[in-house]
Design a protein around this ligand. Structure first.
Ligand SMILES: Nc1nc2c(ncn2[C@@H]2O[C@H](COP(=O)(O)OP(=O)(O)OP(=O)(O)O)[C@@H](O)[C@H]2O)c(=O)[nH]1
Ligand SMILES: [Mg+2]
Length: 297
């Protein structure tokens, strides 16, 4: 048996969380088309007959360091790069940016093997264009392997799993067989609500909000859940709630469906919106919301 830890890193929006979910066969990390969706370090476990791989999803490494939240996200990602067996650097096919270059520079100081995943190859219609690109990317550093794939279409995932398993150290599984993620149900619920908000709301707003589950009660086959959506200004609260509550209702319905799918139980989900000025630049607030990086994390 082999077992080891693989950190998934890269700039925002390249598909790190999509890849994690595809690899472990369950949605453990939320996904949206907007950059900076992932804020936490989230583990997902792949159980394979040849071994176990513990993947660590991370926030996208980004340049803008405007707010404490941005710095905390970068710190969380950087912190996850240590003490792993392999670093998986994810990039997008046909798109190399300054932020990718910055991640590559960051990798230079690590002796840990680095594998390159070129994601979103489904977008490249002319596959002949892919080969010269892969050669160019492969030359950027000494990669342990280069695997083109599509997390969305689940294409070529086995090639990646094969590359990873053979590089994991020999040893017993790190986690029990039935464990898919290290995060609990409360976290998953808050993240599902945040995913629906991120997907539904205006471009900038997702960065100004966070979600906390405040109540969770089991009654027979029904879970009663209350969660609060924290924003920074009254104007944002008005957008979250929408005209006659329509926006919040749509978010609640979509989130409830996902939570029911996750738990296999009936769910009553109540959402609130509350204003907490400047929370995303307030280190104490970030700590309370579990969003700041701590050295032991
Ligand atoms: N076409 C295509 N889109 C993809 C693929 N993988 C991910 N995406 C899309 O890319 C967007 C970003 O995906 P995420 O998985 O949230 O990306 P991320 O790297 O985790 O982003 P951050 O958490 O913000 O750093 C979403 O709209 C995904 O649906 C893929 O293989 N092909
Ligand atoms: Mg992500």
């Amino acid at each position: 048996m082999r077992s080891g830890i693989v950190a998934i890193i890269g700039r925002p929006n390249v598909g790190k969380s999509s890849l994690l979910n595809a690899l472990v066969g369950q949605k453990v990390s939320i996904v949206s088309h907007k950059p900076q969706t992932t804020r936490h370090r989230i583990q997902g476990v792949l159980h394979h007959e040849q071994g176990q791989v513990v993947f660590v999803d991370t926030p996208g490494l980004h340049r803008i360091q405007k707010k404490a939240l941005n710095r905390a996200m970068n710190d969380t990602a950087a912190g996850a790069m240590h003490d792993v067996d392999l670093l998986l650097f994810v990039v997008e096919a046909g798109r190399w940016t300054d932020e990718d270059e910055a991640v590559l520079q960051r990798l230079a100081k690590f002796e840990t093997p680095v594998g390159l995943v070129v994601n979103k190859v489904d977008r490249i219609a002319d596959k002949e264009r892919l080969f010269p690109e892969l050669e160019k990317l492969a030359a950027k550093r000494n990669f342990a392997f280069v695997v083109p794939l599509s997390a969305l279409k689940r294409a070529n995932l086995n090639a990646l799993i094969g590359e990873l398993l053979q590089r994991m150290p020999e040893g017993d599984p790190l986690y029990p067989e039935d464990m898919v993620t290290d995060r609990d149900l409360g976290f998953a619920i808050a993240e599902i609500v945040r995913e629906k908000l991120t997907r539904n709301l205006h471009q900038e707003l997702p960065y100004a909000l966070t979600v906390q589950v405040q109540k969770f009660e089991r009654e027979g086959n029904l879970d009663r859940i209350e969660a609060v959506i924290m924003v920074e200004r009254d104007s944002q609260k008005a957008i979250v709630i929408g005209e006659k509550g329509a926006a919040l209702k749509a978010v609640g319905t979509a989130a409830r469906r996902d939570v029911e799918r996750l738990t296999g139980r009936k769910v009553f989900l109540k959402l609130w919106c509350s204003v907490r000025e400047n929370w995303s630049d307030d280190m104490d607030a970030l700590k309370r919301f579990g969003l700041s990086h701590t050295p032991d994390e």
